[in-house]
Design a protein. Structure first.
Length: 291
């Protein structure tokens, strides 16, 4: 019994160490890109109306995510695209911010025993491969060409969110093909700037899996998926759009207590319907403007 508890404690420390190392690497990449530029124009360019808009985007997206437990990426990406941010820059910014938010979330789930280790392992590697592939492909295409297709994907995700809100309780079924599901989730998450939760969590819970362990396992895996995507985007396109990253990070931090309040006060189904409609509206606007 003592040996078993020691193994669990050691596993917690190893996972915590991996979390810290990846976060430090991400911070190092951000700092390296930041100080590789002339500091004066960087500082002066931060205090703009545009940055305040990005803070607002982060605040709204984190409020939605805090109330629903999903849709941070697709909400943030839809709003950033509507503000004129390129698809690759929007997805890169979201993934860099998610390294920190999903890291804290995943560690909390791990410590509170919400992680099914078998499910976590099944999700991890395929999810990372999908995220790396999606980030590489998105970084290799002209943003103006691919933007309508990303908006079309986000429109579909808006429909998924609405359908999830209207869905009735399902009878538990055995979930097959968890690996391919994670591969698809990681890929569309990187390409669309979000979708890991709506694709993977919705499918697993929709098949009748217990929400506690599903959400805990998927959120913990999301940290590694976000880190993989952020790393690939950084290597491919750098972090010239650091004001977007800082803006949505600040907005997300400020929104955390408000999101917790909203979670207890607003009907989740009502909020999901509103979020789905907003995402669809923004996506349609982006598609129409592209043509």
């Amino acid at each position: 019994m003592i040996q078993s508890s020691n193994r669990i404690y050691l596993g917690d420390r190893v996972l915590f160490g991996v979390f810290v190392i990846i976060i430090l690497i991400t911070i190092g990449l951000v700092v390296w890109n930041f100080f590789g530029q002339d500091i004066q124009p960087v500082v002066s360019s931060f205090f703009t109306t545009e940055t305040l808009l990005f803070i607002g985007v982060g605040f709204l997206a984190q409020t939605i995510d805090g109330a629903l437990g999903m849709a941070y990426g697709i909400s943030c990406s839809s709003l950033l695209l509507s503000l004129g941010v390129s698809p690759a820059a929007a997805s890169a910014s979201v993934h860099i911010a998610e390294v920190f938010t999903s890291g804290a979330s995943g560690l909390s789930h791990w410590r509170f025993g919400n992680v099914n280790k078998k499910l976590f392992k099944l999700l991890l590697i395929p999810g990372i491969v999908g995220a790396l592939t999606g980030a590489y492909l998105l970084s290799s295409f002209d943003g103006n060409i691919i933007k309508p297709y990303i908006s079309a994907y986000l429109l579909v995700m808006g429909i998924v969110v609405i359908s999830k809100a209207l869905r009735k309780k399902t009878v538990k079924k055995k979930t097959k093909y968890v690996g391919p599901l994670a591969l698809l989730g990681g890929f569309v998450d990187a390409v669309g700037g979000g979708g890991w939760g709506p694709v993977v969590t919705s499918t697993l819970i929709g098949s009748g899996r217990q929400p506690r362990y599903t959400i805990g396992s998927v959120n913990t895996a999301e940290f590694f998926i976000a880190a993989a995507g952020a790393g690939m985007f950084t290597l491919m396109i750098g972090i010239d759009n650091w004001n977007v990253v800082v803006g949505i990070l600040i907005g997300g931090v400020l929104a955390s207590p408000f999101a917790a309040y909203v979670c207890g006060k607003v009907n989740p189904k009502t909020l999901m319907l509103i979020v789905g409609i907003v995402i669809i509206t923004l996506s349609l606007r982006n598609i129409i403007s592209a043509f």
